[in-house]
Design a protein around this ligand. Structure first.
Ligand SMILES: C[S@@+](CC[C@H](N)C(=O)[O-])C[C@H]1O[C@@H](n2cnc3c(N)ncnc32)[C@H](O)[C@@H]1O
Length: 411
């Protein structure tokens, strides 16, 4: 008698190897690069692999460090939470940790490599779709533009070429790679293949905190700083359908792709290649300026400059909202070790710096009033009529986001 179960046990991330181009569920919009059969298997493998490393193995490191190593160090008068850099380095000599560390890096590198395969054979078709939607939105590229050093010194997230790579006129490749990888990177938790959870969460934060403004005078001009391929920008445009929406970022290929992606979704957005630290928009042009997961990829000097630029760009009474990763520099030794891992092995140099930065203080210094920092629960779809849920209670990444918001005072 067969001992095989009648149905295969369900895994959290089922791999549908029968996936075809036409039926590929990851093709959430026309500009999404196509996935061939073998590539789909590799993409599913990356997600399963990351899931195993981060959800099954990582909690064991947390328990070991916070409950065993830190108390042991304390007994000999040492503080694991302040020695997090040395601890991470020393853990690298422990074979099990070394294996986990190496596999984490390998999963990330395999993610970029496998999506690049899909992008490279999709590019001719993506260019055709881009041209077919050329009339919607705009993109301004500045051939003289130099991306800030904090974005070029390392390939952030180990993405080969970083955000700024560009092969010249018409190139879409870096944008297509970022878009295709994003859902794998987030393991689907940032709004599935649309990756728009953060954009909806920013809109919800606006509805939660600035309800009366929304009712009386909803934003007519919105700017998304560090928009990448427009994942959050499109969500903002959908929540404020009468607004003129702009996005800025440093990469020409990201921005060309962002325009084409937004247009293929029927959304008109104006993208331009410039630094969030200093843009060419007129003083007071915007009613709302936002950023989503950008500040932690800047620097200690750039973050206050961005706050000051937000102040300049807003009309009196306008609203600034920054969404950030919800991890702060708390007392958990593992959180700090993990933060350092992110800095050195996932090329996020300002990761710990951002956790330590008092962004609300920077906003107040820039001149903002009614500044608040706290946690906004994620929403798949923002709802202006929902009961406000902005809170001071922290939570895990993707479940909540750290928000810093304020108003430019009336003169
Ligand atoms: C993690 S991505 C943001 C993703 C996007 N906002 C979203 O919500 O999907 C960070 C982005 O910030 C951009 N960025 C960082 N510093 C910037 C600056 N000074 N000017 C413009 N863009 C910047 C990077 O180029 C990158 O595209």
């Amino acid at each position: 008698m067969s001992t095989m179960p009648k149905t295969m046990p369900k895994t959290e991330f089922a791999t549908d190897l029968s996936v075809t181009q036409a039926g590929d569920p990851s093709r959430a919009h026309p500009m999404m690069p196509f996935t061939r059969h073998d590539e789909a298997a590799r993409h599913a493998h990356v997600v399963a692999f990351k899931n195993f490393l981060m959800r099954q193995l990582e909690p064991r490191w947390r328990t070991l460090i916070d409950e065993k190593v830190a108390p042991q160090m304390a007994q000999s008068g040492r503080d694991a939470a302040t020695e997090y850099r040395e601890l991470e380095k020393n853990l690298g000599t422990v074979p099990a940790y070394r294996a986990w560390q190496t596999l984490m890096v390998a999963a990330q590198d395999e993610m970029w490599r496998s999506v690049t395969e899909s992008v490279d054979h999709s590019l001719p078709e993506l260019q055709r779709i881009e041209a077919a939607n050329a009339a919607l939105g705009s993109v301004r590229i500045n051939p003289e533009f130099k991306a800030p050093r904090y974005l070029t010194a390392v390939d952030i997230h180990r993405m080969p070429g970083g955000y700024h790579a560009d092969q010249g006129e018409g190139d879409l490749r870096q944008g297509a790679i970022f878009d295709k990888a994003a859902a794998l990177y987030h393991m689907g938790r940032n709004g599935g293949a649309m990756n728009d959870l953060r954009g909806h969460t920013i809109a919800q934060h606006f509805f939660d905190r600035f309800e009366s403004m929304n009712a009386e005078n909803p934003p007519k001009r919105i700017l998304d700083l560090g928009c990448t391929v427009g994942h959050s920008t499109v969500a903002l445009a959908q929540n404020f359908p009468h607004a003129e929406v702009h996005g800025v970022d440093v990469g020409a290929a990201l921005l060309r792709y962002a325009r084409a992606r937004s247009a293929s979704l029927g959304v008109s957005i104006h993208y331009s290649q410039q630094s969030a630290e200093r843009t060419d928009f007129a003083d007071g042009y915007f009613d709302m300026v936002v950023s989503s997961a950008v500040l932690h990829e800047t620097s200690a000097k750039a973050a206050p400059a961005i706050m000051r630029e937000c102040w300049r760009l807003l009309r009196p009474g306008g609203v600034m909202i920054h969404l950030e990763v919800p991890l702060r520099f708390d007392a958990s030794a593992w959180n700090r070790v993990r933060g350092w891992f992110e800095s050195v092995h996932n090329n996020e140099p300002f990761w710990i710096g951002a956790q330590k930065t008092d962004f609300a203080g920077l906003a107040a210094q820039a001149g903002f009033a009614e500044v608040c920092a706290g946690y906004q629960p994620s929403v798949r779809q923002a709802d202006p009529t929902a009961i406000p849920r902005f809170t001071s209670t922290p939570g895990p990444v993707h479940v909540v986001w750290y928000m810093i918001s304020g108003i430019k005072p009336q003169a």
